[in-house]
Design a binder for this molecule. Structure first.
Ligand code: NAP
Ligand code: GLV
Length: 327
């Protein structure tokens, strides 16, 4: 076999077989334990292709150990776990899996919005804990969704898919994005707003940007203070975009009403994290794209991306604009 590939986690068989048909493949064969850094450091010295997850930090220090590495294929659309500059410097292509998870992640984002607004998890716990004594007028009352205003920060693929769902609920949709998108505004009937206006007007603020140096801490104390006391913050993008300490304070002192979080600054989140003590926070373990079909498709696409690069074919999912292949 011409090339050696290392896969950092147990992946669906259909994806693994695509790689094994062509290359000498080694896999960290575990469902739930990330590959130890030491093993990754040893493997990277001898491989041509790395197939990794968002749980692996692919930084300068790791990449500097590589000798033959030509491609890092991330089984995720977000790639904040990879130092793209360090990879480009070594002419290593980095690929991701955009598009195939858009609708599934938008479904989860809207589910989390609805669950938070209508206190679904809290209500379920209430029943199971034996607290349900009677029907009562204001018991477990939440916020309306139909006809409310949603503000989406980051009008990319997933942002648009969330906007479509919101339109189905007759919501007014505001968006803020790095670049304005007039064709999307016309097509979906949504309105551009500067960040401050969006935060002031929205009943639901939904974060949908990538985590970058520009978006780190984008939602902090000042931004939260602009939101309505009845507003709900939903973050299914990346933890670092929202300042968790400021969010905790805002939820405790009633600056905002509730939050739904699929992502955290540190994952898995520490069970002693203050946010986990609050009844007005709905938490999920980063499951935005987690449907069987979508995760299988993502795994296969990540394998195809890796193969395209190693075989010298054009790969449309290369992030670092086709650095010259390492020889
Ligand atoms: P995308 O199509 O690239 O959309 C990202 C959008 O964010 C783009 O429209 C971009 O603007 C905008 N943006 C970037 N920086 C900005 C800034 N500083 N201020 C305002 N807007 C900014 O990506 P996507 O496929 O929708 O995915 C978005 C993110 O969701 C991913 O990067 C990932 O972190 C996260 N995600 C999470 C899950 C999960 O399981 N929870 C699943 C999938 C994805 P331009 O149009 O100007 O480029
Ligand atoms: C998941 O978070 C992804 O970026 O695909």
């Amino acid at each position: 076999m011409r090339y050696k590939v290392f896969v950092t986690r147990s992946i669906p068989e259909s994806a693994r077989k695509k790689l094994e048909a062509l290359y000498a493949v080694e896999m960290w064969d575990s469902e739930n334990t990330p590959v130890p850094r030491g093993i990754l450091e040893t493997k990277i010295e001898e491989i041509d292709g790395l197939y990794c997850l968002l749980t692996e930090t692919i930084d300068e220090e790791l990449l500097s150990r590589s000798k033959n590495l030509k491609v890092v294929s991330n089984m995720a659309v977000g790639y904040n776990n990879i130092d793209i500059t360090a990879a480009s410097k070594r002419r290593i292509s980095v690929t991701n899996t955009p598009g195939v998870l858009t609708e599934t992640t938008a479904d989860l984002t809207f589910s989390l919005l609805m669950a938070t607004a209508r206190r679904i998890v809290e209500a379920s716990d209430y029943l199971r804990e034996g607290q349900w004594q009677t029907w009562s007028p204001m018991q477990l009352t939440g916020q309306d969704i139909f006809g409310a205003t949603i503000g989406i920060i980051g009008m990319g693929r997933i942002g648009e898919a969330v906007a479509k769902r919101a339109k189905g609920f007759d919501m007014r949709v505001l968006y803020h994005n790095r670049s304005r998108k007039p064709e999307v505004e016309n097509h979906l009937g949504i309105e551009y707003a500067d960040l401050q206006s969006l935060l002031k007007e929205a009943d639901y603020v939904c974060v949908m940007t990538p985590l970058t140096p520009e978006t780190k801490g984008l939602i902090g104390k000042d931004e939260l203070s602009l939101m309505k006391n009845s507003a709900i913050l939903i973050n299914t993008a990346r933890g670092g975009i929202v300042d968790e300490n400021a969010l905790y304070e805002a939820l405790v002192d009633g600056t905002i009403w509730a939050a739904g979080l699929d992502v955290f600054d540190q994952e898995p989140v520490d069970l002693n994290h203050p946010l986990l003590t609050l009844p007005n926070v709905t938490t999920l373990p980063h499951i935005g794209s987690a449907s069987i079909k979508t995760r299988t498709t993502m795994a296969e696409l990540a394998a195809e991306n890796l193969i395209e690069v190693l075989e010298g074919r054009t790969c449309k999912n290369v992030i670092n604009s086709e650095p010259q292949r390492r020889v």
